[in-house]
Design a protein around this ligand. Structure first.
Ligand code: PLP
Length: 470
């Protein structure tokens, strides 16, 4: 475990606590973003002296940056099992941009076609489809698992019109992993393509697009570098080159063209036509290096370690009085999920639990709906009338009752000591052993301890004036 810990930057950070002391920071917010791998930070340090704009520069630095950028593209494609002859890796700024791009670039007939997605999606794999095509949502069962029978029924009902099935590879709320290759087979049988939002899956499990023509082939895969130990502002959309080349790009300008005349434009081949303007070379190189390292570590080992953490955490969390786990709490089924555990503590606002964990235990988690309102609403069994009442409050600026939970999420560098720190802090919270007096802000919703604030400005890397010693 120590071995994995040593791979990331900042794993042993120490942070100020409410009691005036400092404590080891326990980062359990990896589903939002992971820290960088040291190998990634090193690669960027090595790139910087040679950094230059890519593609059209003739100088050595430009050629070297171009090589690094294109090598990153190859690494990403190979990590995901893409076919270099048929697929193209398009760099984006994150998963959301990749999904929006796909929604804009997928040729659909808005009058005829529709897209099937699900009620367990992050908003980034739901709202882009609502904006561009008719959408049908597959439901989830009571625990929050994708309802495969409902998917089959909806595919059968919309066989004539379904163009794409867009599902998450793993949930950012319950961690449930979807049977993406079974879904692909069903989608293909219905004449549709399949897109997998692998933002949560790819950091934790091997993703293999499988050969074109195979029923289980994944047509599109979407990833986010900042969830894969490369937080330098990149993501990727991988899919068939021919599809991108059927229609003009969604964002036009520099780099997207073969030739421009006074009245005509000939578009460049993909991926260039999809990457308007100067690309984020460091971001791409970071992602390329991250997937190299993950590949060398072996995703099966990473998955095994994270499943061990889930197996270790679930029974300990389940024993805490007043704590309710969402999704599946069976440690025997740890392989069926990624290391994301959502919960709340009966009688305490989720924002308060998260604040106490941060200020009193140095444990970093996240709370709220995790950009998955329809899913969290279902998991929390919020009925239509309550939803409407909450909605009126939210629109008035009061988010007190917006459905929410607390989420702890593991990265490969987390250890059983990190789980122990979470469990001990939650045990204290559960028995009311809370030091701070917390003030509530309904607009957040958030809680801050009275009379205490972190001096973040001083600690910021952008602080101009470092505090002078007394
Ligand atoms: C499943 C899933 N999809 C998409 C996204 C959006 O990712 P990004 O922040 O890179 O746009 C997230 C982010 O949490 C996610 O968990």
């Amino acid at each position: 475990m120590r071995e994995y810990r040593d791979l990331v930057v900042g794993a042993d950070a120490v942070v100020p606590l409410l009691n005036g002391r400092t404590g080891r920071y326990v980062n359990l917010d990896n589903a939002a973003s992971t820290p960088p791998l040291k190998a990634v930070a090193d690669a960027l340090d090595r790139l910087m002296p040679w950094y230059s704009s890519v593609h059209r520069g003739t100088g050595y630095k430009s050629r070297l940056s171009t090589e690094a950028f294109e090598a990153a593209r190859r690494e990403v494609g190979s990590f995901l099992g893409a076919d270099p002859r048929q697929d193209v890796v398009v760099f984006t700024k994150n998963a959301t941009e990749a999904l929006n791009k796909l929604a804009r670039r997928l040729p659909v007939d808005a009058r005829r076609n529709l897209v099937i997605t699900s009620r367990m999606e992050h908003h980034s794999n739901d709202l882009p489809w609502r904006a561009t095509a008719g959408t049908v949502h597959v439901d989830v069962d009571r625990d929050g698992r994708l309802d495969m029978a409902d998917l089959q029924a909806k595919l059968a009902r919309h066989r004539e019109s379904v163009r794409l099935v867009a599902v998450t590879g793993a949930s950012n709320v319950t961690g449930f992993i979807n049977p993406i290759h079974d879904i692909a087979r069903l989608a293909h049988e219905a004449g549709a393509l399949v897109a997998v939002d692998a933002a949560q899956l790819a950091p934790h499990r091997a993703v293999d697009m499988r050969p074109h023509g195979a029923p289980e082939h994944l047509d599109f895969v979407i990833i986010a570098a900042h969830k894969m130990y490369a937080p330098y502002g990149s993501g990727a959309l991988v899919g068939p080159r021919a599809l991108f080349e059927q229609t003009p790009p969604d964002l036009v300008g520099g780099g997207t063209v073969a030739l421009v005349g006074d009245e005509l434009v000939d578009w460049a081949a993909a991926p260039d036509r999809e990457e308007a303007g100067s690309p984020n070379v460091p971001g791409a190189v970071a992602l390329g290096r991250a997937v190299q390292v993950l590949g060398e570590l072996g995703m099966d080992r990473v998955a095994g370690h994270e499943a061990d953490l889930v197996r270790y955490a679930l029974p300990r969390l389940a024993r805490i009085p007043r704590l309710r786990l969402y999704g599946c709490s069976d440690p025997g089924r740890a392989e069926e999920r990624v290391g994301v555990i959502s919960f709340d503590v009966d009688g305490l606002h989720h924002a308060l639990v998260a604040a106490i964990l941060a200020y009193e235990a140095g444990v970093g988690v996240r709370h709220g709906c995790f950009c998955a309102h329809p899913y969290v609403t279902r998991l929390k069994r919020v009925g239509a009338r309550d939803f409407e009442r909450i909605r009126r409050q939210v629109l008035r600026g009061d988010r007190t009752h917006a459905p929410g939970m607390v989420r702890a999420s593991f990265g490969l560098y987390n250890t059983t000591e990190d789980v122990d720190a979470l469990v001990e802090a939650l045990e204290r919270i559960s028995r009311g052993d809370i030091t701070g007096d917390y003030v509530f802000d309904p607009a957040g919703p958030s809680y801050e301890p009275r009379g205490f604030a972190w001096n973040l400005e001083e600690a910021s890397p952008l602080a101009r004036h470092l505090p002078t010693a007394p």
